[in-house]
Design a protein around this ligand. Structure first.
Ligand SMILES: C[S@@+](CC[C@H](N)C(=O)[O-])C[C@H]1O[C@@H](n2cnc3c(N)ncnc32)[C@H](O)[C@@H]1O
Ligand code: SF4
Length: 384
């Protein structure tokens, strides 16, 4: 194939599981009784390197890699030199584009300035910290371990050691979070030396500690109107500080949009390495076995770790394109929609949910109020 292939590298370890998180991640003692991180992650890098070889045997491309994203879990728990070995293998196997973006997700508690410098040395050039909130009551409900001061230290160090692109993740709409808690969080984020912000509404994922607390009535989720107000507050504060939205939950300084995220939203090809990681190549999706031990067993036996796959029908692909593209600032080309689909959503121009200027140049793009009802608009288009 000629299209570029991006890589996602999953690191499935966390020191402690946050109460709201259902990502495919494990604490050392969940993996082995009395185990520590070093022993449970021993050999993991070799498995990733072997999977790169397996990927290359089935997915070759003439283009060099445009983006790599180390996510988790907590990638910063691993030794930078070990992550560097994965990068070296990817570079030797596929080659790197000159302007490659290599992101690592970081928990502000698991970095020192020295570690950040080493991550930069092995080739990472973008870092994304899980800040979540600046309000102690919210961090407590979220079951987060970090002290808000660590975020200031970590982002400052990241800039000092040469990361030009620094992002933070925020979560809004948690139990006990007042409007002023959220305003304080946004203001605190904007004080940081960052170039990018992701802000997600808290999702209560079933099976998590948070879901059990909500079910038992121990904590109460705020109502949806308040959570929508928080989105609007964040959007206007981010805008005033020079961060423009380019995807529903993402804002960036000019030129600092995450290329890896854009590749996902544009439905590009990517390969996910590691347990539970998902891949997408030319309309075929596949995903790896979820548990790290099953993954290790497969790779060590020379067997592909893929658990299952699905081939998207033309209709699936089209619906997915609409769902993803509508989230982006430039929206969807009107020429790619049917007359019925266009007729279905025209009324949203009058209600101010769709942008008249964009429509005038042939694109269906959301206004600020439209972003709050993006899902409803997608449903209307898809059902036309
Ligand atoms: C893998 S984590 C980021 C790195 C690191 N593990 C950390 O948490 O600091 C990815 C991001 O997903 C978001 N996230 C995870 N679970 C979520 C949920 N239930 N609702 C909303 N956002 C969530 C958080 O903002 C988190 O920073
Ligand atoms: S540190 Fe990140 S990946 Fe780990 S449990 Fe918390 S939110 Fe999930």
């Amino acid at each position: 194939m000629n299209e570029p292939l991006s890589f996602y590298v999953h690191i499935p370890y966390c020191v402690k599981r946050c109460g709201y998180c259902d990502f495919n991640t494990y604490t050392p003692s969940e993996l082995r009784e009395g185990g520590d991180l070093k022993s449970v992650s021993n050999g993991y890098i070799d498995l990733l390197i072997k999977e790169i070889g397996m990927a290359h045997a089935v997915a070759q491309t003439n283009s060099p890699i445009p983006t790599i994203f180390f996510g988790g879990g907590t990638p910063t728990l691993m030794e930078p030199t070990d992550l560097g070995l994965v990068l070296m293998e990817l570079s030797n196997t596929y080659g790197f584009a000159n302007d490659i973006e290599i992101t690592i997700e970081a928990n502000p508690d698991t970095v020192t300035k020295d570690k950040l410098a080493k991550l930069r040395d092995v080739g990472m050039n973008r870092i994304s910290f899980g800040m979540q909130s600046a309000a102690p009551n919210v961090l407590k409900v979220l079951d987060r371990t970090h002290d808000p001061e660590n975020v200031i230290k970590a982002t400052t160090w990241a800039r000092e050691v040469g990361f030009d692109e620094v992002s933070v993740d925020l979560i809004y709409g948690a139990p006990t979070e007042s409007i002023s808690d959220w305003e304080a969080t946004v203001d605190a984020a904007l004080e940081l030396p960052i170039t990018h912000i992701s802000a997600y509404a808290l999702i209560v994922e079933s099976g998590t500690k948070l879901a059990n607390q909500v079910r038992r009535g121990e904590v109460v989720m705020p109502d949806e109107d308040q959570t929508a107000d928080k989105y609007l507050i964040a959007d206007s504060k981010f805008n005033s500080a020079g961060f423009s939205w380019y995807e529903l939950s993402n804002w960036a300084k000019p030129g600092s949009q995450a290329k890896h995220n854009i590749a996902y939203w544009e439905n590009a090809n990517w390969w996910g390495l590691g347990p539970g990681a998902h891949s997408h190549i030319d309309g075929v999706r596949f995903w790896n076995v979820k548990h790290p031990s099953t993954y290790a067993e497969r790779i060590n036996n020379g067997v592909a770790p893929v658990q299952d796959s699905e081939t998207l029908t033309l209709e699936d692909k089209e619906n997915e394109r609409i769902m993803l593209e509508i989230r982006l600032r430039d929206g969807i080309a009107l020429t790619s929609l049917t007359p019925d689909q266009i007729a279905k959503v025209e009324s949203y121009l009058e209600t101010g949910h769709l942008d008249l200027d964009f429509w005038g140049v042939g694109r269906m793009a959301l206004t600020q109020s439209g972003r709050l009802i993006a899902d409803r608009i997608v449903q209307e288009i898809i059902s036309a």
